[in-house]
Design a protein around this ligand. Sequence first.
Ligand SMILES: [Zn+2]
Length: 157
Amino acid sequence: MTRRMTECPFCKRCDLVLDNHPQLVFEPGGDPCPHVAWVDGRYSQWERTPLGTDRVIGSTEFRYAPPAAGDDDRQQDLLSYLQELAQQGAAWPFAPPVPLAIQPLSAEEKTTDAKGRSHTVWDVDGVAIFAQDGTAFWSAVPECRQRQLASMEMGEG
Ligand SMILES: [Zn+2]
């Protein structure tokens, strides 16, 4: 069940892969390329209920940030900003003004039951942010977040 979720759009030499555990790994070689700025995803396992509907029975989160992102506390502090950035996209006015690309993570496995209906066995939902210069990205984040917070206080966000 090793699945490629996305690749780095800058060098196209680094794949984000979900391994059997399931954990996020980088291929080839195990180390991410310097463009991987942030990864946040959730792996969910599904089952089919006796009524024939699908439901999530368990899920686990995975996350990656390079050393430039700082420690866990700092990342936690910036989490809502990063999630908003991931949702709004690179054209968001509060996005760091550096070349970046936001890619959805997607992978899934489906089965087909006796009646020919398709059911999800597991899937991945998440996002990866790539920056041409990961260090420049992370040094721009605090100021961009401040601008975003200030605009919300002014009622413009
Ligand atoms: Zn790369």
